[in-house]
Write a protein that binds this ligand. Structure first.
Ligand code: MG
Ligand code: ZN
Length: 554
């Protein structure tokens, strides 16, 4: 929709009275932002933080916990995100696939590609436009300008979100090829998990010893060739890190850090670790915050500036499996990195920080319900006119937040406890009950009848031969919106969440993604940050990031 001239003028005037800096960037149409030389300036550095699957309700869970959990573990009620909100700008962003092959809902690969390129893209591809052409990303453009570049994730470095910034592949599943692309581009600092795509099938113990890596990091390969990309990286000048201690000691301007064969510690493992549980993974793995601080140390030494993308990648995974406890701990882990970035950037005027999500996952939300209805209560207020306070429904108690935090295992770890190979065809209600009740707060325990529902399975009526996910004979039995539960191996999780939904005051609507507009936080020079304070689309965010970082005269 275009504004008529008079409305547009009015909107500009209103904007100008609210904000100290004002430019043509306040135009609210969907056309690209003005190029450099118009109103909006540039920055030396861009930091993009992506909470994968972090929709408005996921942020709401974090903010409710921080502000109102009676026994919050946080030192402050002010989150890192809140600091950016207080001192920067907030907007919203639509995120669906745009261009010649559009859709209503986006996946992480397409969404990250649209952020990385400012152009429409296609579902499940990385670094390609809407026709399948390779497109230069903001990271590659920054590199070409002589800036330093970095990618950080707590999932695999070759997973869709980081991949979209430096790889060009027709499908996100080509993670071996994505690792090659990351190395070819020469991203200066790469920190995350997923060593299995970087090493060949070999004597892993011998390779771990040679690399001075823990055996739980170098233990598996998904490669089909003999290439050892870790050694190739070393030969081309990268320092290597496989543990928190090695990361802390690393020097030099190029660094490859691989801290797990697949995903790094999940949020609950990380919290357990901080709360004193000891394990090898726990003591060896750096946190998202520690990886972020190290990357900033290295990249900020480049006098040309830098581009850095930091992903909290498991927020999405908790969402897909409908695990509210895991989700909270992922939000806490991500926000710890967000707060650290705020501390780093708050005294600078040469850096733009944008924090957003690629999409919302799971249709998550607190909701009021008809379970455990409230008792009548006397209130002193002079408007009660002698009536008791007795709402019709249960609107949720604040101590639920502490009970959600108290979950001590992710649903994935509950799956492991029930059946290590995740073949649940023979698993019993008693096994599910024992595993769930050992892992959730006492008030969320499931009964025999509820655990029957968690264990329930049915024939797959829509088996698709050869499909990566749907070629299975039977599935967990989900009675609502089953078409939106697309990963059968995950779907006893949604059955757990349904069994404890009313006790948690939480409802989930699917196991995929929704098209919810996602929050955008922007911090930096005012004329640049102001551009993000609107309802925009992710391709607009990509364009604004490019305009802010990339020299348009080139
Ligand atoms: Mg991701
Ligand atoms: Zn997802």
């Amino acid at each position: 929709m275009m504004f008529s001239p008079s409305k547009k003028l009015l909107a500009t005037m209103v904007t100008c009275t609210l904000l100290t800096a004002c430019g043509s960037s306040s135009d609210k149409d969907s056309s690209p932002e003005p190029k450099n030389g118009n109103a909006v300036g540039q920055v030396k550095n861009v930091i993009l933080m992506i909470g994968d699957g972090m929709g408005p309700q996921q942020i709401g869970l974090l903010e409710e916990y921080a502000r109102r959990a009676p026994n919050s573990v946080l030192p402050s009620t002010t989150t890192g995100l809140q600091q950016f909100a207080d001192n920067g700008r907030i907007g919203l962003s639509m995120n669906a696939p745009m261009g010649a092959n559009p859709s209503l809902v986006v996946d992480s690969a397409c969404s990250a590609t649209q952020l990385a390129t400012g152009k429409g893209s296609i579902s499940e591809a990385v670094g390609l436009d809407d026709q399948g052409n390779k497109v230069e990303t903001i990271l590659e453009k920054a590199k070409a300008m002589g800036k330093a570049t970095g990618l950080i994730t707590d999932t695999r470095l070759t997973h869709a979100t980081p991949a979209a910034f430096a790889a060009h592949q027709p499908h996100r599943s080509y993670e071996n090829e994505i690792a090659e692309d990351l190395l070819n581009v020469g991203v200066d600092v790469m920190l995350g998990g997923g060593s299995r795509h970087w090493v060949p099938n070999t004597d892993f113990a011998a390779l771990a010893a040679e690399l001075n890596a823990p055996t739980h990091v170098i233990k598996k390969s998904k490669r089909k060739d003999e290439r050892n990309l870790i050694k190739e990286a070393q030969a081309s000048g990268y320092g290597l890190a496989f543990t928190k201690a090695q990361l802390a000691q690393a020097s030099g301007t190029k660094l490859l850090g691989l801290f797990d064969d697949s995903a790094m510690n999940d949020g609950i493992e990380y919290s357990n670790c901080k709360n004193g549980t000891v394990s090898a993974k726990c003591s060896d793995e750096p946190s998202l915050k520690e990886m972020t601080m190290k990357a900033l140390d290295i990249l900020s030494q480049d006098e040309d500036g830098f581009f850095l993308m930091i992903e909290g990648g498991q927020i999405d995974w908790a969402g897909h499996v409908n695990d509210t406890g895991w989700l909270l701990h992922e939000m806490l882990k991500f926000d710890e990195a967000v707060a650290a970035v705020y501390e780093w950037v708050k005294q600078r005027n040469d850096t733009l920080v944008v924090i957003t999500a690629d999409h919302e996952t799971g249709g998550f939300g607190f909701a009021y319900h008809k379970h455990d209805l409230p008792e009548a209560k006397q209130l002193d207020g002079n408007g009660m006119n002698g009536h008791e306070y007795k709402p019709n429904f249960n609107f949720g108690a604040l101590d639920t937040l502490d009970k959600i935090y108290a979950q001590n295992k992710s649903y994935y770890d509950i799956f492991d406890a029930v059946q290590a190979d995740w073949d649940f065809s023979e698993s019993t209600a008693a096994e599910w009950k024992a595993a769930v009740n050992a892992s959730v707060h006492a008030d969320f325990q499931v009964s025999d009848a509820e655990s029957e529902g968690i264990a329930a399975r049915t024939m797959n009526q829509n088996q698709v031969a050869g499909h990566s996910y749907l070629d299975v004979a039977e599935l967990p039995l989900i009675n609502d919106y089953s078409d939106f539960y697309v990963y059968p191996s995950d779907d006893h999780g949604p059955l757990i969440s349904r069994a404890i939904a009313a006790k948690q005051s939480v409802a989930w609507s699917n196991g995929s993604h929704t098209a919810a507009p996602v929050p955008v936080y922007a911090y930096g020079p005012e004329d640049i940050a102001n551009q993000f304070s609107t309802m925009q689309h992710h391709i607009n965010i990509g364009q604004k990031l490019m305009d802010a970082l990339i020299n348009q005269a080139d």
